[in-house]
Design a protein around this ligand. Sequence first.
Ligand code: 5GP
Ligand code: ZN
Length: 114
Amino acid sequence: MADCLFCRIVAREIPSSIVFEDDHMVAIKDINPRAPLHVLIIPKRHIATLNDLTSPDDVLVGELVRRAAALAAEHGYAERGFRTVFNTNREAGQSVFHIHLHLLAGRSLTWPPG
Ligand code: 5GP
Ligand code: ZN
């Protein structure tokens, strides 16, 4: 989608700090990190929200989640702990309507989130 921020990041039209890339996803450092490690794992294909997923997307979503765990482990947080979050729509605070999995680690994270 031409006017989608994350489609433009995937297309390298907007610069970002990429920490992982394969055929299906990119993982980038969040521009406004909320924890010492704050990465966004973004599918290359435009999907606006989790409400738009269909069953063929199950493999993709599994890959995003497994990549989050791998990146957490790579940065030394597998045992200490990490949080993975998809925000969906207004009340959850979704601001970019192209799904992305937040990976947060490196500090004590409170529960429930605000
Ligand atoms: P959401 O609020 O949709 O769950 O998360 C969007 C995230 O994207 C936010 O954490 C925000 O800081 C991040 N973000 C917004 N614009 C940019 C950008 O241009 N580059 C990067 N790397 N992150 C961004
Ligand atoms: Zn998009």
